[in-house]
Design a protein around this ligand. Structure first.
Ligand code: GLV
Ligand code: MN
Ligand code: MN
Length: 401
């Protein structure tokens, strides 16, 4: 596979959902941009004589071979993005999966088991708040009734968004038969750090994923006039929030972990009023579950102490928590042994992590020279992406024959 050939298919997807001046993407699930991406996938699959299916959770599958055959080898990723995210996080795995099927055919591989490229829905949780929603619903890791109640920032329920896209939301939920037919899953993904760049390697294999979680902190105080309220009389939830952001940063550093507050929502959000309420979303990640628990508890305690000082109130709710993942099965071992590429851990979440609890799973990473992700500067060269396709093809060829 040449870089030019990779670029030809990449170029047919990359203009969809560009967010504006910064070159980032807005491809939130079930929006117009996401629907165009999904149509793009269906067309590419049909062009390759693959049989396309939408499963009961809105995930898309393109089959080479019988969709109801046993021991299927599945590759793929997601097409949705974070707000103003990069173009590679997700789509690289989907494009590479389609190109790997082309390469398998060119190499004359005759699979003895079905092969599929999958597009999981709402991997980022950027619209409805729960990451890897499509794979969690498929595997039974998220309650469908709870999923239907999820709302986006405009108050639109998941049920409404999926219904509008033509899906029957009454069938949302675990799909154990589908899951049982998958023998191996391989997700190729752009690296979201600079480890491969430092190692001067275009492709790597994942060893595991740090446990991580999303927590909403709701702060409440007393809304009041910004000009007339004496400093002594204030109960300002923004102060508690600001202190909590600093406390999260300090606690993450002292625990050797990661904590981020990248989203806040303030009410009434007026320049000349002390806020009455505010919410902040904490993203916390650590190398092991015990450290993650201690980190989140430390942040909660610091927030509560500060709330006492400010005369405000704070409550922390876990919106989603994902346990530690070790890619330690045969497929991952095969990838590590056969591909001759570095093995590295990651602190980013992936559908592969969710699938790995049920299916023998591996992940491949493609070098990202900027090391930046979830931002427009995320990048990968065409040559490295082509190298990723070749390694993915090598692995799929070993798995499907
Ligand atoms: C997924 O991209 C994550 O937030 O880790
Ligand atoms: Mn992501
Ligand atoms: Mn991703």
């Amino acid at each position: 596979m040449t870089g030019e050939r990779f670029a030809a298919l990449w170029g047919s997807l990359s203009p969809i959902g560009i967010a504006g001046g910064d070159g980032g993407y807005l491809r939130h699930s079930w929006t117009d941009a996401d629907m165009v991406c999904r149509e793009w996938f269906v067309e590419e699959a049909i062009d390759r004589d693959l049989e396309v299916e939408v499963d009961r959770n809105g995930n898309l599958w393109a089959w080479w071979g019988a969709p109801d055959g046993e021991g299927a080898v599945v590759t793929g990723s997601h097409l949705d993005s974070v707000p103003h995210g990069g173009g590679y996080d997700g789509p690289l795995g989907v494009v590479s999966g389609l190109l790997a099927i082309d390469r398998l055919r060119e190499r004359g591989v005759t699979p003895t088991r079905p092969l599929a490229v999958v597009v999981f829905t709402e991997e980022e949780g950027a619209r409805f708040g729960v990451p890897c929603l499509g794979s969690r619903l498929l595997t039974g890791a998220f309650d469908p009734a709870q999923a239907l109640r999820l709302q986006d920032r405009d108050g639109i329920h998941l049920a409404e968004a999926m219904g509008k896209a033509g899906l029957d939301v009454d069938t949302l939920g675990p799909d154990p038969d589908r899951l049982a037919r998958i023998g191996a899953f391989v997700e190729l993904h752009v690296e979201q750090g600079r480890a491969l760049d430092v190692l001067d390697a275009p492709v790597g294999v994942a060893s595991g994923i740090w446990p991580h979680g999303r927590y909403r902190l709701d702060f409440s105080g007393e809304g009041n006039h910004a000009g007339t309220t004496r400093m002594l009389d204030r109960h300002d939830p923004m102060l508690t929030l600001a202190h909590t952001v600093l406390a999260a940063d300090e606690a993450a550093r002292s625990h050797g972990a990661h904590a981020t507050v990248g989203r806040v929502d303030v009410a009434p959000n007026a320049t000349n009023a002390i806020a009455a309420r505010a919410s902040a979303w904490l993203d916390a990640r650590a190398a092991d579950t015990d450290t993650l628990d201690r980190l989140v508890n430390a942040i909660r305690q610091r927030a509560e102490q500060r709330a006492m000082h400010d005369g405000t109130h704070v409550a922390l709710h876990a919106e989603s928590v994902t346990g530690e993942v070790a890619f330690a099965g045969d497929v991952s071992r095969l990838a590590a042994l056969e591909l001759g590429v570095p093995v590295l851990p990651t602190a980013a979440g992936h559908d592969a992590g969710v699938l790995s609890k049920h299916v023998d799973t591996a992940m491949l990473f493609v070098r990202n020279p900027t090391g930046i992700s979830h931002a427009p500067q995320e990048s990968a060269t065409d040559a490295d992406c082509a190298a990723g396709v070749e390694k993915l093809t090598d692995l799929l060829a070993r798995l499907c024959q």
